[in-house]
Design a protein around this ligand. Structure first.
Ligand SMILES: [Mg+2]
Length: 310
């Protein structure tokens, strides 16, 4: 091939390499990393909503009890521009109340949100609430919030300073201070700037926290720093083998923090990932509307399974 022609053919490639700056390379690399967890989830096709419904029907036909482990944002309610706007609507409140009244049914909402927020939004319902990915739990009888461990740690101050600094440089982002964890939200920031700053932040945090008992989590437009070992998997109730055999466990969630829950479920449990992304869940639903429809159908199956009890 003549030299001039080869050069002409390579020109577009050169331009592309030049315009892809270091930040972009780092960004796309970290985005690929974000899809992986240490245990390596299955990323292949997961069965659909119809299959979830059939598996659920089969399981319900052979068990008496039902335990629902439900994420909140992106699962029960849609995402909103700022976290405060995601208040529960009347429909979801009514749905959770009806599920809690279903015979032999336990409803758990497990969220990354603070106990104050869950208390304000869902505190009147007779359900279990788990805040900060299971760091604090409240049962429906005593309605007292109980922490899983002592909060605090020397890492908090420098991390908070770093989050405040990046917030100042990233319009639209905000810091959330929780009992156990700190979080940086960038849903309202310019998309590209937000993603770039998030990667920058993760690199700095990795350096700062390499010897600390904390973990750094990239959620849906949020970076969270929390004590190690505090995750949603904590809240799965410990059941005897007999109880387990007689119980249908359904877990539904939409992001990486929910994978901690899916990871520790017994094999018969119905795990459902909402939306795209690598997952360990057995089934997948496409969004909040289909999650609500599936939950509503449980109210009918509860009545059908137990004639005469309403
Ligand atoms: Mg969620």
């Amino acid at each position: 091939m003549p030299r001039a022609e080869r050069r002409a053919r390579l020109a577009p490639l050169r331009t592309r390499v030049h315009t892809f700056d270091v930040h972009r390379w780092v960004t796309s690399f970290l985005e690929q990393l974000a899809e992986l967890t240490p245990t390596g989830p299955r990323s292949g096709p997961t069965a659909s909503g119809g299959a979830a419904r059939r598996a659920l029907d089969l399981r319900l036909a052979e068990t008496d009890s039902l335990i629902l482990l439900l994420d909140y944002d992106g699962t029960l309610v849609p995402f909103t521009p700022t976290p405060e706007l995601a208040r529960p609507d009347a429909e979801v409140l009514e749905l959770l109340r009806a599920l809690a009244a279903r015979p032999d049914t336990q409803v758990h909402v497990v969220s990354g949100r603070s106990a104050d927020t869950l208390q304000e939004w869902l505190g009147d319902l007779p359900i279990w609430l788990h805040a900060e990915h299971g760091f604090l739990s409240r049962d429906p009888e005593t309605r007292q919030w109980v922490p899983a461990a002592e909060p605090g740690g020397s890492w908090r101050e420098p991390v908070l300073a770093m989050l405040r600094e990046i917030t100042q440089r990233t319009p639209g982002s905000l810091v959330e201070v929780k009992t156990a964890a700190l979080a940086w939200h960038y849903r309202m920031a310019d998309q590209e700037t937000g993603a770039r700053r998030a990667n920058e932040l993760r690199l700095h945090l990795n350096q700062l926290l390499s010897n600390q008992p904390v973990e750094i989590l990239a959620g849906n437009r949020v970076i969270e720093i929390r004590p190690y070992g505090v995750h949603k998997g904590r809240i799965v109730p410990a059941l005897s083998p007999e109880r387990l055999a007689a119980t249908t466990i359904v877990a539904i969630g939409d992001d990486r923090t929910d994978e901690d829950l899916f990871n520790v479920l017994p094999p018969d449990a119905i795990s459902i990932r909402v939306g795209p992304g690598a997952t360990r869940a057995r089934f997948r639903l496409d969004g909040v509307a289909t999650v609500r429809a599936l939950l509503r159908s449980l109210l009918e199956s509860g009545v059908a399974a137990m004639p005469g009890r309403r």
